[in-house]
Ligand binder design. Structure first.
Ligand SMILES: [Zn+2]
Length: 169
């Protein structure tokens, strides 16, 4: 049972930058446009990848596993954007390659956790969730609106103080 975690200010700034250029709808967050237009990364879909996703900083490229469900691919993309913003941009010696896989998902690795917090913050903006909850939307409604899994949405609501702690498992 971990206490609520704060979001990532860099993810909030990125979303604000995007909304300044493209005002309007907040849900779902246009993650591919943010990757390509705002961060200058190329997003490639690949079949047969052995991981969910992979960031190659030298090539400014993200590779996503085309065999996985769109909702998972979306989270993977933003997880890799988190690696780019938090661990690569401006770093003297950025990592050569960063992956997301089933092994890294529950990992205690600080970088993996930071990338996941970044992803949750960018994909599920707190202000939008607060408005949705005030309008009486359910966790499932919000998950569908933001293009994330119900589990991810339930945890995000809990972490920003808008929902009960999800039961384990
Ligand atoms: Zn990762």
């Amino acid at each position: 049972m971990s206490p609520p975690r704060p979001g990532d200010a860099r993810a909030e700034r990125l979303l604000a930058d995007h909304l300044a250029v493209f005002p309007g709808a907040h849900a779902p967050v246009p993650v591919e446009e943010i990757a390509e237009d705002l961060l200058g990364l190329r997003v490639h879909l690949r079949r047969g990848l052995r991981v969910s996703g992979m960031l190659v900083p030298d090539r400014r490229a993200v590779y996503l596993n085309a065999d996985e469900a769109p909702v998972r691919r979306r989270f993977t993309l933003v997880h890799e954007l988190g690696h780019w913003v938090v661990h690569c941009a401006g770093a003297a010696a950025p990592p050569r390659i960063l992956c997301r896989s089933d092994e890294t998902t529950g990992s205690a690795d600080v970088r993996e956790r930071e990338a996941n917090v970044f992803a949750a913050t960018l994909l599920m903006p707190e202000a939008g969730l607060a408005a949705g909850v005030a309008d009486g939307l359910s966790v499932a409604d919000l998950a569908a609106a933001y293009g994330v899994s119900g589990v991810a949405m339930a945890w995000r609501l809990y972490n920003v103080g808008l929902g009960p702690q999800p039961s384990a498992g």
